[in-house]
Design a protein around this ligand. Sequence first.
Ligand code: CTP
Ligand code: CA
Length: 226
Amino acid sequence: AAEIFAHQALTGKHVLITAGPTREDIDPVRYITNHSSGKMGFSLAEAAAEAGAQVTLVCGPVHLPTPDRVKRVDVTSARDMLAACEAAMPCDVLIAAAAVADYRPEVSAAQKMKKDPNSADGMTLKLIRNPDILATIANRNDRPFSVGFAAETENLLAYATAKLRDKNLDLIVANDVANAAIGFNSDDNAITIIDRQQQQTSFPQTSKGKIARQLIDFIATHINKV
Ligand code: CTP
Ligand code: CA
């Protein structure tokens, strides 16, 4: 029937989404990571697929089912996540919802690190910077319409606006992670979207599924404007 082919907001678009935390090994039994359930990114993947997009979801370690009609790529570290995103290019839209570890241990020990039984000293772990996945993709010649999230505990709109500019984004979604009601493991979210003209659009607290549909609709309207 004709309805099956009805034009939807994101028909014909490839949408790449990052989700969940990354995990950076210290040794075979220990790692550093970030708080992230992956719920927001998975809800966005579901909403984008419902809007007719071809969706690639690159995700760190999460315990969530893959939404229908979504191509899922599981990764562990930030470097793996960047490589998977580069392999998924080109895309029309990138939505970076992952909580990427900003640093990783300079060396990941091949064997479990042991305490010195003759010493009560602490230990120092040297960390080095991870690549910025969003900024890397948003600065390519074939850059997609690029959407970031800014998770902040203070100065939300100022920091979010700085990230939009510094990473060369089209939109940034500001997220107040100090508010427990809409934080990491919550089923709810509330967002303010900021565009390149510093125009702000806010969506009040509701389920991550509803926020995802609102954000996907907003993106679909915006990509057709630029
Ligand atoms: N991001 C990314 N790769 C990184 C770090 C962040 O792709 N190595 C993306 C996140 O997915 C998010 C946006 O960049 O969409 C902002 O992440 P955030 O952690 O808020 O900002 P940072 O640039 O890492 O700055 P800081 O943590 O110092 O506030
Ligand atoms: Ca960060």
